[in-house]
Write a protein that binds this ligand. Structure first.
Ligand code: C2E
Ligand code: MG
Ligand code: MG
Ligand code: MG
Length: 288
């Protein structure tokens, strides 16, 4: 994994433009402190759009770490570290709690947002915790969030030595009314086997396929196949990495229902999103 080569150290470009040695132990210590102190970790939100109508349907929540010395650290730098140290367990619960509060707030605030949802990324390390499902249920109950307001995104690479255990956890989450998405679909070796063993509610096509389609239109064939497969199994199909107006047209033609990407909007903090969402806004933001 990038950034975790403890022996060599990996150069990290800091916010002030200087290169610093990437020191995983120091990062882990700082991350632990950040969790205890609060305030440094926050969720950003990226819109998910209905490709036919252009309507906003929900958001994916993406974690950000505002490091006191290094500035904004991207997830690729701290999620793997958090997984190895198991710090992802409290971080994941924090994300779930924040997403619950945010979706409650936005559903109340926006008259048409009755079905708005927030996607929360869940790490396989979290799912290995024996009380994972109970903890999720607790957070939802405590925050008073209806299960249909959240979708859990699970990366296939996560999974798993113990497929039966995984399937049982997924079933229990689903029985609670949570919806489940398989993230980065197509990048692991097990995509197809998971799809037929478990009925996901949504398939997120990895952005590498969308990029490949942009480079060569013939590559759209793979997207068409995944979209057809997903739809045939009753899943919503979401394309990641939608960057151009042409992507939108092509992806809709290829059978993707929803899209997410810089073309519609980058991940932003909740206040910024709220300003963009507010019906009273003066100018219409093209990006949402
Ligand atoms: P992901 O779940 O597949 O999230 C999508 C990533 O694609 C995000 O990167 C997002 O900013 C980026 N992205 C969105 N639209 C575009 C686009 O049009 N072009 C390009 N090139 N990229 C786009 P980000 O925020 O850096 O997150 C990276 C990964 O870190 C996520 O991939 C997810 O696996 C992990 N992650 C982020 N937040 C959390 C979290 O709260 N919990 C866990 N367990 N993992 C998280
Ligand atoms: Mg995701
Ligand atoms: Mg993804
Ligand atoms: Mg990804």
């Amino acid at each position: 994994r990038p950034g975790l080569d403890a022996e060599k150290g990996v150069a990290l470009f800091s916010a002030d433009g200087r290169d610093e040695e990437f020191d995983p132990l120091a990062m882990e210590r700082d991350l632990r402190a950040a969790i205890e102190a609060g305030g440094q970790l926050q969720l950003h939100y990226q819109p998910i759009i209905d490709l036919q109508s252009g309507r906003l349907v929900g958001f994916e929540s993406l974690m950000r770490w505002q490091h006191p010395g290094m500035g904004m650290v991207p997830p690729i730098r701290f999620i793997p570290l958090a997984e190895e140290s198991k710090l992802i367990v409290p971080m994941g619960l924090f994300a779930l709690e924040q997403a619950c509060r945010q979706v409650n707030h936005w559903r109340r605030l926006l008259p048409d947002a009755g079905r708005l949802f927030i996607n929360v990324n869940v790490s396989g390390v979290q799912m290995q915790e024996p009380d994972f499902v109970e903890r999720v249920a607790e957070v939802l109950a405590r925050e008073g969030t209806p299960a249909d307001a959240l979708k859990l995104e699970i990366t296939e690479s996560v999974v798993l030595d113990d497929v039966d255990k995984m399937l049982s956890i997924l079933s229990r989450l689903k029985a609670m009314g949570l919806r489940l998405a398989i993230d980065d679909f197509g990048t692991g070796y097990s995509s197809l086997s998971y799809l037929h063993q478990f009925r996901f509610d949504a398939v997120k096509i990895d952005q590498s396929f969308v990029r490949a389609m942009r480079q060569r239109p013939e590559n759209g064939l793979i997207i068409r196949m995944i979209a057809e497969l997903g739809r045939g199994l009753g899943c919503e199909v979401i394309a990641e990495g939608v960057e151009t107006a042409n992507d939108v047209i092509r992806l809709a033609q290829l059978g993707c229902m929803y899209g997410q990407g810089y073309h519609f909007g980058r991940p932003r903090d909740a206040d910024t999103i709220e300003k963009l969402l507010s019906p009273a806004r003066e100018e219409t933001e093209a990006s949402i």
